[in-house]
Design a protein around this ligand. Structure first.
Ligand SMILES: Cc1cc2nc3c(=O)[nH]c(=O)nc-3n(C[C@H](O)[C@H](O)[C@H](O)COP(=O)(O)O)c2cc1C
Length: 207
């Protein structure tokens, strides 16, 4: 089949786009607002985009009418900081809970029963239970205009300035033990994939 997204002529019961760029890593972003309220939410329009300096991005739905603006984007743009926590199999329910649409004064870290811990270089909290936490400094926002007037996405870039790794997730040989961490990725709809020992394979790159 072929369809043109702008014509929405895929003829399927649900928009398939979310399941066509997969599996997507999930940036589980913790932030703090100007009143000191913690915030946590998953973003699967998320990725690492360069090494030097290590930089990540996530993309948050935005609206000129403010009703669909995400707390995470507002906090990051206001405070200039955020933390990316690694979403793992063991924390899948908490990750999902933290995606609930809630008023800005609700602390989703507490709501999900997770433990906030102080960061080293930023004010945004880290999630103690996550095996990897990337402390990030806001770099810039690129606005992707939407089809509907006033709507769009804010693509937010951040430089990773501090990296926390649970020592238990580092092998004796000094590699990250991905199979032990069991990260999860998004497959669209309400589906996810788990990376574990059975699903990892290795291919040597050509010289
Ligand atoms: C796995 C998953 C991935 C998500 N990815 C995104 C995303 O990339 N961009 C977005 O705007 N919302 C995304 N959402 C929805 C947000 O998590 C949700 O709107 C949340 O309430 C935003 O919280 P905030 O307003 O505290 O930032 C995702 C939800 C889930 C469950």
């Amino acid at each position: 089949m072929f369809y043109e997204p702008k014509n929405q002529n895929h003829g399927l019961p649900k928009n398939p786009f979310n399941s066509l760029v997969i599996p997507r890593p999930i940036g589980w972003i913790s932030s703090i607002d100007s009143d000191g309220v913690f915030n946590l939410a998953p973003y699967s329009f998320f990725n690492a985009v360069c090494y030097r300096p290590p930089t990540v991005m996530f993309s948050a739905g935005a609206s000129s009418t403010d009703d669909r603006n995400k707390d995470t984007a507002r906090n990051v743009e206001t405070t200039g900081e955020f933390v990316c926590n690694l979403a793992i199999w063991e924390l899948r329910e908490q990750m999902n809970l933290s995606s609930a649409t809630l008023p800005p004064e609700t602390d989703e870290i507490a709501l999900a029963g997770l433990t906030p811990v102080g960061s080293t270089l930023v004010k945004a909290p880290r999630i103690a239970e996550a095996p990897v936490q990337l402390e990030c400094k806001y770099v810039k926002t690129t606005l992707i205009p939407g089809w509907d007037h006033g709507d769009g996405y804010k693509v937010i870039f951040g430089e990773v300035i501090g990296v926390h790794i649970d020592d238990a997730m580092i092998t004796e040989g000094g590699l990250i033990d991905v199979a032990k961490m069991m990260p999860i990725g998004r497959l669209g709809y309400n589906d996810y994939a788990r990376v574990d020992a059975d699903s990892i394979f290795t291919i040597a790159r050509p010289g």
